[in-house]
Design a protein. Structure first.
Length: 359
């Protein structure tokens, strides 16, 4: 075989890998053809929704980067811990819902993407082993951060772990009691942003917690959309998510309110000096909100509309719209914070009421 042919095959293999990863990250589904281990892992852990965790970590980093005591290594370690924690959470949720009988072949979880066990991707035992390994890796990161920053890091991590496990695991099963949405608000806002900020700087401020709330609303709107999509399955099953309790129409209005509140909070927090003024770049996300708002104005269609012939995550409809809005608005928010971090003397607003949590 000539060197030219080998080079062509090598290039083709690399492009195939990139295509596989792109499909998995964009749709949480398996691409056609042979699948490599990395792609399988991306699907198994639902890495398609990791951008929300990465955004929360980045918000913390950009708020902290020009502050006294900021350490790049500790920030990176904390961000990696969040990504692993999210992966472990997805693995555990699939495991607990499968064992509880909540996930079945005709339930949305197995329809919009392959369920790890129901699809035959892995056995329940191997799924358990994977969850344990990822949690152990996270525990090692936590131990390093504990040595560097003390007990507050452990407190943030344990509260987050408790909420993540209790979301689907008995006896609490927060998702079935209308508390899953509040859980996401707390985790992707105060816990992720506040915890990462503290790990990076050894300091914390109530104003940093306030700065985490706009994106927390966006992350919660995605879960609200997903639970609205699942009302026909959840209501008969007795899974009392917040949309089931509110009813579809009111739940759609509440979700619209969450998305709109993101922009209101950006203006209020910028006006009060909690956020640096470049954060207002996030307001450009309204351009995407207009289209998503129209989606939430109407009930879900019975089938994918003609303009979405290859809709990748059906039967999710509202969740997909909310996620697209969250991705756009979150990215613009980060852009504003990045501009502030680069050009402002202290990376943005002066954070008052700062306190140190002693180890």
């Amino acid at each position: 075989m000539s060197e030219e042919v080998r080079a062509q095959r090598s290039t083709g293999a690399r492009w195939s890998l990139l295509r596989n990863w792109r499909v998995a990250l964009a749709t949480a589904n398996m691409p056609s053809g042979r699948v490599d281990p990395v792609t399988r892992w991306l699907v198994l852990t639902r890495a398609a929704v990791q951008p929300m965790t990465i955004t929360s970590a980045a918000i913390a980093g950009l708020l902290a980067i020009r502050k006294p005591g900021f350490e790049w290594g500790l920030f990176a370690l904390s961000a990696l811990g969040l990504i692993l924690a999210h992966a472990a959470n997805n693995l555990m949720n699939d495991l607990f819902d499968f064992e509880a009988g909540a996930d079945t072949r005709d339930y949305p979880r197995a329809l919009y993407a392959p369920h790890p066990v129901l699809s035959g991707m892995v056995s329940a035992r191997r799924l358990t082993v994977a969850a344990v390994i990822v949690n152990l890796l996270d525990a090692m990161i936590l131990a390093a951060l504990w040595v560097a920053r003390g007990w507050p890091v452990v407190a943030f991590a344990l509260v987050g772990l408790f909420i993540s496990v209790a979301y689907t695991a008995p006896p609490l099963r927060l998702k079935k009691r209308g508390l899953g949405e509040l859980s996401v608000f707390l985790v992707w806002g105060p816990l992720m942003v506040g915890g990462t900020y503290y790990a990076a700087t050894g300091r914390l401020s109530w104003i940093v917690i306030a700065a985490s709330l706009p994106y927390a609303l966006l992350a919660t709107s995605v879960l609200m959309g997903k639970h609205i999509d699942k009302i026909p399955w959840d209501a008969p099953d007795g899974t009392m998510t917040l949309p089931v309790l509110l009813g579809e129409r009111l739940a759609r209005r509440v979700t619209q309110g969450m998305m709109a509140a993101f922009y209101v909070l950006l203006v209020v927090l910028t006006a009060t000096g909690t956020l640096p003024w470049p954060a207002l770049v996030g307001l450009v996300g309204i351009s995407r909100l207009v289209a998503v708002w129209k989606i939430f104005n109407r009930p879900k269609p019975d089938a994918p509309p003609p303009e979405y012939p290859n809709y990748p995550v059906w039967p999710l409809w509202f969740a997909a719209g909310a996620f697209l809005h969250t991705r756009r608005a979150g990215a613009l928010f980060l852009l504003g914070l990045l501009v502030a971090a680069i050009f402002s003397r202290n990376g943005g607003a002066e954070f008052d009421f700062v306190f140190r949590l002693r180890p």
